[in-house]
Design a binder for this molecule. Sequence first.
Ligand SMILES: [Zn+2]
Length: 199
Amino acid sequence: MMKSFRQIRDTLVLNRDMMPVSMLPPTSVNWQTAIKAVFLEQAQVVHEYQDWDVHSPSTTLKVPSVIMVRDYVHFEKVIPWNESFLHLRDDYTCQYCLRVFPESHLTQDHVVPRKFGGRTSYENIVSACGPCNHKRGHNIKIQPHRAPYRPSYWELVKKGKTLPLVIPDRSWVDYLDWPEENLFVRGEDKKVVRMKLAA
Ligand SMILES: [Zn+2]
């Protein structure tokens, strides 16, 4: 399955600097992993869900919504090959007809076709709509509007923040630095987020 830069799990993971370890997507783990990391003292709880407990025969625990790692994580800010990141780099715009499409309507187009030795990499692939990709075929006289390139981590973070993000708990808001108009707390309406930010 393709890893989306908006894939979100239960518990946000902060680095020692109180920033998410990565922002593509904001680093998160499922609640079982979070509780285990706290139990093993690999992380400490920063916030808990107010309305989510888990029960074992001997105890009741609140599920952490935000944890912080014990040891600083040195995160290599290199963007791995991923089609989702490609379309984000190209602003969901077909690089031939320059129309904007939903991600699901976009394809990868090898600028130097594979049959001519073109590689599957950011330096050789652009986003294309299905019809343009089909029309182009192996005709290398048709060139994309913008030459393909390897995007930087920060470029993609900046572009990612122009898109909506749904988070599972409002305790995340303060750590994401995400534009408030694009941030939604699951189960709450947008107004609640605004009030939280204004407080
Ligand atoms: Zn097109």
